[in-house]
Each structure stands twice: as structure tokens, then as C-alpha cells.
Design a protein around this ligand. Structure first.
Ligand SMILES: Cc1cc2nc3c(=O)[nH]c(=O)nc-3n(C[C@H](O)[C@H](O)[C@H](O)COP(=O)(O)OP(=O)(O)OC[C@H]3O[C@@H](n4cnc5c(N)ncnc54)[C@H](O)[C@@H]3O)c2cc1C
Length: 446
């Protein structure tokens, strides 16, 4: 019998294992044949690599900076020089800084809505957002309701919706306002989540974030069993029997380090408490397709453009210059999010590629139509993830069921970025949650 079985070798499960492996007998069961979960390295035909999952680290994400440094992975800033592009219909405008070039009434309106949102978010306790005096009111509203009440220009609502899509991969009408406020608070502020320099998109990791996850997995001394999807967990006060890949493993404790939708795929015996089942069923993930085109060189830089673009009606509404430091090939990164991702998920790969390149060309000119290579990753189609960046809550969930999010179920502890207080939805949160679950196990077994 092991001391603890950890289910999932994403950053959360890896961190829990790292914290426990020196003092306890640990086994990690991972469904895929690789570690990293929602981080994933892609290798282009010329040997260059890029991240098709999580990749950025920014100020306040101290655990991730520390882990990268401890593993010998240096960071470097995302390219953030030059003018950005904002698109309205077929019109392009260029600007610098974080505020797009918009008509003055729209800018004033947008600024007012953002300030109001930030002020509300700052009031929340990220460990218990349901305790705010207005929590129920905010939890009954969607972000779309908030926008309709707070802004008076259509354009400001459009820009706010693009920002929400970029952060949640979901539509404003799907999200509880309380959840959106919590998420911003958990990530320091909405501005921090949307920003490059000084924000969540500030830095990249040399050797890719996927490379960092594989490296961490390699330090765990053979404790990870791959291709071992957990199908059932029998549990009692004294421990767990976990069935994976046709084998049964026993332990005194378990840590579930998987997204809520994946936890629902496990048969629990005895069954999950009703409210936990209800909570996880009400935590769907956003939808996102991450798309990267590789060019001979970052041609947009020659025109003084940063590679960052926002807006428009095309499949991709947000782009970045994702060129790897030290490489000559230029990489343009675009995200397809929310309803657009649901649409493009069902379209043939070649058609999607053409639509993405057309969107890039719409921002940066016809040269964008001829990359030397291209890759995309539809995270809704991944059976062991089913959506990203993270699970969210619709109206009414936080205030009725949210207090159970981190509570253990008998000998089963819960981790994963969806249980984080700070950095929810991010790798930082995955690390926090893994460390917290490891502490719970240590205390329980002491
Ligand atoms: C496109 C994209 C871009 C993102 N960008 C960023 C970013 O720039 N910065 C950032 O900080 N975050 C980003 N994120 C979010 C970040 O990647 C996640 O928050 C984080 O990786 C989650 O880690 P986790 O360990 O909680 O979950 P996961 O990474 O999902 O790990 C769960 C693991 O459990 C395994 N598993 C699932 N079910 C079972 C089962 N039944 N049995 C056994 N194993 C199972 C899975 O295979 C997986 O390996 C992004 C995510 C995506 C997809």
C-alpha cells in the first residue's frame, strides 16, 4: 500500500508529488503518455519548438518563477515592442500601450467599466468569494448583465467582451459576475491578466513550458505511471483502491489533480456526496484553440508592429508575437475562443488553418498567408482535458456550492488549478493547489 496516490501529472499533480516524494511513498497515475496536461510542446518541421498549451509567467506568479529557476529554466520577456493593431470591421488602427486606439467616448466608457469591475474584484476575499456582502447579487448576474448595466457604447461592450474571451475562453453571458470578479482577484486584477509587460503575458520560458513540465516529471524518480487513466476509486476512512489501466493500486490517501470534468469521469464507490457531484457538474471549461504560424522571419517587426492585435470579426481576435528568443523564424500566435472555438472545433483542419491565416493577414498583411509551418491545438477535443484554460462557474454556483471546492472527500484530497486561491486557472494556481493538497496529506498521515 502506498502512502498517497496522485491522479494527474499536470503541474498540480507534479507539485504535490514534489512536496511529498522525499518523505512519503508516492505513486502518480497519469492518463496520457506524457506529463504536463494543459501544457504541451510542439516541434515544427525545422526542429524549433513552441508551446500549444500554457506558456506565460508574469509578476505575482512567484511559485512558477521559483520552480523554473530551480529546474534551470531561464525566462525571457515576450516581444512587446512596436505598435499594436486594433481592427474595427475592415479598418485598422495602430496604438502603443494597453489602451487600444478607440474614439474618445468609447475609451471613456471602457475605462469606466473596467475601473468599476476592478474596484468590485478588489473587495473580494479570493479564499471565500461567497462571503462578500453583495456576493449573492453578483452571483445571480452574468458578466453580460454587468456590461449591459455599466456601459453605454456598443463598441466598449465589444472590446470588454474580447477581453473576457481572452481571459476565460467563454462568452460574457455564460459567466457568473462573481466568478469573473473572483478570477480577476485571484490573478491580481483584470488588467494584470490582460497585460503583457507587468502582467500575466510578460515572460516565456526558454525550453518551453512543456519542457519544464517534462523536466519536473523526470526528477520524480520513476514515480509516475503513464497511460494509466483512473476509472474508479473505492474509498473508506482508511484509504483508497484506485483502478487504472486494468490494475488496482491501494493507498492511505489520494490527491485528485485533474479538472472537474475529468473527475466526473471516475466512478466513486461509495458515490460522491451529492453536492460535490453538483458542483463539478456546474463547472464547465472554456473553449480554446491555440494557433501558431511559423514564418521565415518576424516580418511584422520590420514595419514597426509588435505582433499584438485585437478586435475584428474573424476567427482569431487576439494575437501575439510568439517568436522564440534566439531563433530566426518568426511565430505569430492567435487564440480562437468561446463560441468561435466551438464553431472551428467542428471544421476540417485545413479549413481552420486557412481561416486563421486569413485573420493574421487581416491584421499584418498578405505575407501572413504564407507561413513555412503551422500548428494548432483544439483543447476541447482533448479527451483528458475537454476545454480550457480552466473550468468556470455560471450564475449561482459560487454562493450555493463553492464553499466545498477544496474540501477533502474522506481520504481523497482535491488539487488542480480549479481549487487555487491565487492564480486560479493558471499554472501558478496549479502549483499552489498541489502544494496545499500535499500539506493536507502530510497532516493527515502524521
Ligand atoms: C491553450 C492554453 C493556454 C494557456 N495559457 C496559460 C499561460 O500562458 N499561463 C498559465 O499560467 N496558464 C495557462 N494556461 C492554463 C494552464 O495551462 C493550466 O491552468 C494548468 O496547466 C493546469 O494544471 P493542472 O495540473 O491543474 O491540470 P492539467 O494540466 O489539466 O493536469 C491534469 C492531468 O490529469 C490527467 N488526467 C485527467 N484525467 C485523468 C484520469 N482519469 N486519470 C489519470 N490522469 C488523468 C491529464 O492527462 C493531465 O495530465 C493555458 C492553458 C491552455 C490549454
Amino acid at each position: 500500500m502506498h502512502d498517497v496516490i496522485i491522479i494527474g501529472a499536470g503541474f498540480s499533480g507534479l507539485e504535490a508529488a514534489r512536496q511529498l516524494v522525499a518523505s512519503h511513498d508516492v505513486l502518480v497515475l497519469e492518463a496520457r503518455s506524457r506529463a504536463g496536461g494543459r501544457v504541451l510542446t510542439h516541434t515544427f518541421a525545422n526542429g524549433d519548438e513552441t508551446d500549444l498549451g500554457g506558456q506565460w509567467v508574469g509578476p505575482g506568479q512567484d511559485r512558477l518563477y521559483a520552480l523554473a529557476a530551480a529546474m534551470g529554466f531561464a525566462t525571457y520577456p515576450l516581444w512587446d515592442k512596436g505598435r499594436h493593431v486594433v481592427r474595427s470591421g475592415s479598418r485598422l488602427k495602430h496604438y502603443k500601450g494597453t489602451i487600444p486606439a478607440l474614439p474618445l467616448p468609447v475609451l471613456l466608457d471602457l475605462n469606466r467599466v473596467l475601473s468599476r469591475f476592478e474596484k468590485m474584484a478588489a473587495e473580494l476575499d479570493p479564499a471565500a468569494p461567497w462571503t462578500h456582502p453583495k456576493a449573492e447579487r453578483w452571483d445571480r448576474m452574468t458578466v453580460a448583465d454587468f456590461m449591459a448595466r455599466s456601459s453605454f457604447t456598443r463598441r466598449a461592450r465589444e472590446m470588454f467582451a474580447i477581453g473576457i474571451g481572452a481571459v476565460f475562453c467563454a462568452e460574457p453571458h455564460e459567466l457568473s459576475l462573481l466568478h469573473a470578479l473572483f478570477y480577476a482577484r485571484s490573478g491580481r486584477s483584470l488588467d494584470a491578466l490582460l497585460s503583457v509587460s507587468g502582467g500575466a503575458q510578460q515572460d516565456r520560458v526558454h525550453g518551453t513550458m512543456g519542457g519544464l513540465a517534462s523536466h519536473v516529471a523526470g526528477t520524480l524518480d520513476g514515480k509516475i505511471r503513464y497511460d494509466a487513466p483512473v476509472r474508479s476509486i473505492r474509498w473508506s476512512d482508511t484509504g483508497v483502491e484506485v483502478e487504472a489501466g486494468g490494475e488496482v493500486f491501494t493507498a492511505r490517501r489520494a490527491i485528485l489533480a485533474i479538472p472537474p470534468s475529468q473527475a466526473l469521469g471516475i466512478a466513486f464507490d461509495p458515490p460522491l456526496p451529492g453536492n460535490r457531484d453538483a458542483l463539478w457538474r456546474r463547472m464547465p471549461a472554456g473553449a480554446c484553440i491555440k494557433c501558431v504560424a511559423q514564418y521565415e522571419r518576424p516580418f511584422w517587426r520590420e514595419r514597426g508592429l509588435s505582433g499584438q492585435a485585437v478586435g475584428g470579426k474573424l476567427s482569431v481576435r487576439v494575437t501575439f508575437d510568439n517568436t522564440e528568443e534566439g531563433k530566426s523564424a518568426g511565430l505569430l500566435l492567435g487564440f480562437i475562443e468561446g463560441d468561435e472555438a466551438r464553431h472551428w472545433s467542428a471544421v476540417r483542419a485545413e479549413e481552420r488553418r486557412a481561416a486563421v491565416l486569413e485573420a493574421f493577414a487581416g491584421f499584418f498583411g498578405p505575407e501572413a498567408l504564407s507561413p513555412i509551418d503551422y500548428a494548432d491545438q483544439d483543447w476541447t477535443s482533448e479527451p483528458w482535458t475537454r476545454g480550457c484554460y480552466a473550468a468556470f462557474m455560471g450564475p449561482g454556483v459560487w454562493t450555493t456550492l463553492g464553499h466545498q471546492l477544496r474540501q477533502p472527500i474522506g481520504p481523497i484530497h482535491v488539487a488542480g488549478t480549479e481549487t487555487a486561491v491565487m492564480g486560479y486557472g493558471y499554472i501558478e494556481g496549479a502549483l499552489e493547489a498541489g502544494a496545499r493538497a500535499a500539506d493536507e496529506v502530510k497532516a493527515a498521515l502524521a
